[in-house]
Write a protein that binds this ligand. Structure first.
Ligand SMILES: [Zn+2]
Length: 357
């Protein structure tokens, strides 16, 4: 009996060894990554477009690149060009595409090169030129809505729902002078908040806004970053660059930040460059225009203002002063409009209050 048992066990062990290895090979650790008609093999790169279906004769597409790592890891989405006049993040993603070798990558990088191609092509600030909506106010979007709403819907389904973490990469729009900062959006989930904070620190911009003002309604998340957060995924909105320019320093900030976040998520070897002395902003306010006319800034971005200090003046189209704008409270001027046009309801500047130590 003993010999028989040894024999049987030996046969089983033999079968297990010989069946084990082919089975392990067919269960490759990383499967191809499929998105919007693209299928990218592990260790490879693929590029193409996400289609946004036509309605009323208007459609568009979203150029993306997928870097699909040879090793398993998280899916990180880097989204540039939500506002088509914000160039440094857009240019940074084209550089990253050349820098990162998918063979060395753990996980998957989704590069959304230009989320709002109509705005980029027509060089519009804030708005999509076909429906005059701000793409970053209409999430999670609507497949039957206007072009911006349909774009948001495609990005929610194909990018937000597919990723584990997201960076919504902005800068000062064509008319906005700003200093580099990030929004750390606070949710009801303490664990997620900590992960999001680490993303913000890893991206490395020196001012971080602790932002608890965003909608908590998943059906009305409005912002791309918030859409990810309300789906349980860490996300930060970054702002680095200004005034429709393509300054190398700001392109580099976006590249360094992205690579550092990838190291934080262990997608690349090495340690993240965590911001060593962040300036925490615990309250912020955007001051909006009450007039159509011209705006004259009185204070440069980055300067500290005190409550009630004059920050700028609005005149009408005949040059008559209509309003002097004041700082609502003391803090740092995170951005200020620095080209003449202003329209009722549009932003003029943003003040951030420094957190007390
Ligand atoms: Zn923007």
């Amino acid at each position: 009996m003993n010999n028989l048992r040894v024999f049987v066990l030996g046969v089983l062990a033999f079968l297990a060894l010989n069946l084990g290895s082919p089975a392990a090979e067919t269960q490759a650790p990383v499967r191809p990554f499929a998105i919007g008609g693209l299928e990218v093999r592990p260790g490879h790169m693929g590029a193409g477009y996400l289609a946004v279906p036509e309605k009323d004769g208007v459609g568009t597409s979203v150029p993306i690149t997928i870097l699909h790592g040879a090793k398993p890891g998280p899916v990180l989405a880097l989204v540039a060009g939500t506002h088509g006049y914000e160039y440094p993040p857009i240019l940074a993603l084209y550089r990253l595409k050349k820098i990162i070798d998918p063979a060395d990558l753990a996980g998957t990088l989704i590069l959304v090169h230009i989320a709002n191609l109509p705005s980029f092509q027509k060089r519009t600030i804030y708005y999509n030129p076909y429906d005059w909506k701000n793409l970053n106010r209409v999430y999670p979007g609507d497949p039957n809505g206007t072009l911006s709403q349909r774009l948001a819907d495609v990005l929610t389904r194909e990018v937000v729902n597919r990723c584990d973490a997201l960076l919504d990469m902005h800068c000062g729009d064509g008319n906005e002078a700003l200093i580099p900062y990030s929004y750390w959006m606070i949710s009801k989930d303490a664990r997620l908040n900590e992960e999001t904070k680490q993303l913000a620190l890893a991206f490395g911009l020196p001012h971080i806004i602790i932002d608890d003002t965003r909608s908590q309604d998943v059906a009305d998340s409005k912002y791309l970053g918030n859409t990810a957060i309300l789906r349980g995924k860490p996300a930060v909105t970054t702002e680095a660059g200004l005034l429709g320019r393509s300054d190398e320093e700001d392109i580099q900030r976006n590249i360094r930040g992205s690579l550092s976040v990838m190291r934080l998520l262990k997608m690349l070897p090495g340690e993240p460059e965590l911001c060593s002395a962040p300036v925490w902003i615990d309250k912020y306010e955007v001051v909006y225009s009450n007039w159509d006319g011209l705006f004259y800034p009185a204070v440069p971005q980055g300067q500290y203002v005190v409550a009630g200090q004059k920050v700028g003046t609005i005149t009408d189209f005949l040059g008559e002063v209509k309003e002097e704008l004041k700082a609502p409270f003391s803090g740092v001027l995170l951005y200020i409009i620095n080209t003449p046009p202003t329209s009722r309801g549009e932003p003029l500047f943003e003040v951030g209050r420094l957190q007390e130590k």
